[in-house]
Design a protein around this ligand. Structure first.
Ligand code: GLN
Length: 493
């Protein structure tokens, strides 16, 4: 029997129902492990042990009542712990977004995704570390310190959902919510050897997600395997009246069946040459190509596809995302939101509050974005970027006429050293070159482990699907994970 903290979600659900352990025991096991490892890893910004233990006790009481009378309603994930990225509001728990400007912000309401976890009976362990306002690829932009990669604590866990990825990889939470604007679920999942799903834009409500790039932001899930990620996805997905961009279409009631083993015949997987970019770490390409051979062994047909505008995705993203961010972050001025730097001159309040409380990456993006939106430049930058975004989306639409899925590496390299890219924002932005296209196109993508490099660091692969095609992503990844062991490896801590 594996240790409690190493159980997958499915094992936890079964164990709680059978009464092998209580939710309180389970929650205490996670809190004890967090206590032991947090000083090394710093995966969390805020821990919520009191809340978690109260929720666990409530779940245990429900289980006790249900054992006496099975007609007592039992929410589907009663007593199962989860961690939440610190950009999603949990009522009564501070939500910092990794920023000094929201250091003391305690939201009075729950994000819809969080609300759905709570309705399902889940136990919230804490809020995980993130780059400030989710801007970054390493968590080094967090105002509360960097998260360390559990596979090698000298390295970054990726970002911006690096806290969530490290928490799952190190068994400081069985599963976690993250968000993905340009790769922030997939890239840290890849760096930390866990499975992460970025759903279709609009599939999960953004209500209560503190906005970065509103046309790109998506709430996603990181877990030990695809079954766990799909479980939480099914809970949080679906229309929400509080988010007008959330899609009003039913979620297929799929089940990931082990009987799907070896049944990928009929699936066509496209591989775009454009994603094997110069400078890619050779071991990444090798591992992804080997995984593709495994998909072929499982019956899938692997064929080339072209996504010819891929190289423009990065510059397009770094116009659109900062432009939207500059508008979204205007509200943090010490008057509407944020602590106020006192002065009797109004402009002074604005400039000193924002100057003191925002970190340098956020300021860089606000300046880039404001410039791109300014009179006289709007058409040349933001407008032009939107047109190229349409071409990128068209590439995907065309490719999906011939294939069911598109496979590619997640990142050009495995986890880099803390500090390695800090002086070079462009090198940091290049980390996102392979995750950004799916974000711009709004299509779903999943990242999962397919090997290790010579340093023992995890390598990830991503599968991208057509809009609202999450089910196909889950099914194919599940078939792969039934046949392979990469997702089962755990860092030694
Ligand atoms: N790393 C990318 C950025 O810095 C993506 C971030 C994200 O997806 N939130 O913008």
């Amino acid at each position: 029997m594996p240790k409690l903290v190493e159980l997958t979600l499915s094992q936890i659900i079964a164990g709680l129902q059978k009464g092998d352990f209580s939710s309180s025991e389970l929650t205490q096991a996670f809190l004890a492990r967090i206590d032991r490892l947090e000083s090394q890893l710093h995966a969390y910004i805020t821990l919520t042990p009191d809340l978690a233990l109260a929720q666990a006790e409530h779940a245990d009481q429900q289980f006790a009542a249900w054992r006496v009378d099975s007609n007592v309603p039992l929410p589907p994930l009663s007593g199962v712990p989860i961690a939440v990225k610190d950009v999603l509001c949990v009522a009564g728990v501070r939500c910092t977004c990794g920023s000094k400007i929201l250091e003391d912000f305690v939201p009075p309401y729950n994000a819809t995704s969080v609300e759905r976890l709570l309705e399902s009976g889940m136990v919230i362990l804490g809020k995980t570390n993130t780059d400030e306002f989710a801007m970054g690829s390493s968590t080094e932009n967090s105002a509360f310190g960097t998260t360390h990669n559990p596979w090698d604590i000298r390295r970054v866990p990726g970002g911006s959902s690096g806290g969530s990825a490290a928490a799952v990889a190190a068994c400081l939470a069985p599963v976690a919510l993250g968000t993905d604007t340009g790769g922030s679920v997939r890239q840290p999942a890849s760096f930390c050897g866990v499975t992460g799903i970025k759903p279709t834009y609009g599939r999960v409500s953004r209500y209560g997600l503190i906005a970065f790039g509103s046309s790109l932001d998506v709430v996603g899930v990181l877990g030990h395997d695809v079954v766990d990620a799909a479980y939480i996805y099914k809970l949080i997905a679906g229309h929400d009246q509080l988010d007008s961009t959330s899609a009003d279409r039913p979620i297929p009631d799929f089940e990931l069946l082990d009987s799907s083993r070896g049944s990928l015949s009929g699936f066509r997987i496209g591989v775009p040459d454009e994603y094997f970019i110069p400078g890619m770490q050779p071991e990444v390409e090798t591992a992804v190509r080997e995984a593709l051979r495994e998909f072929e062994n499982l019956g899938a047909e692997v064929m080339p596809v072209s996504l010819s505008h891929t190289e423009h995705a990065l510059p397009v993203y770094y116009l659109i995302a900062p432009a939207e961010a500059s508008a979204n972050l205007a509200r943090y001025d010490g008057i509407r939101y944020g602590p106020r730097v006192q002065s009797d001159r109004m402009w002074d309040i604005y400039s000193r509050t924002r100057g003191d409380k925002f970190g340098s990456e956020v300021k860089r993006r606000i300046m880039l974005g404001t410039y791109a939106l300014s009179t006289g430049y709007y058409d040349a930058y933001y407008g032009q970027a939107q047109k190229v975004r349409t071409l990128i989306k068209n590439d995907f639409d065309q490719a999906f006429e011939n294939v069911d899925l598109i496979a590619a590496p997640v990142t050009p390299t495995t986890a880099f050293f803390i500090g390695e890219h800090l002086d070079d924002p462009l090198a940091m932005y290049l980390e996102d070159a392979l995750t950004i296209p799916a974000s711009l196109a709004g299509v779903p993508a999943i990242s999962f482990p397919v090997g290790f490099d010579k340093q023992g660091l995890p390598i990830g692969m991503q599968l991208m699907g057509p809009q609202f095609g999450e089910e196909i992503l889950f099914q194919t990844t599940h078939t792969f994970q039934l046949a392979t062991n990469w997702h089962l490896s755990k860092p030694k801590l």
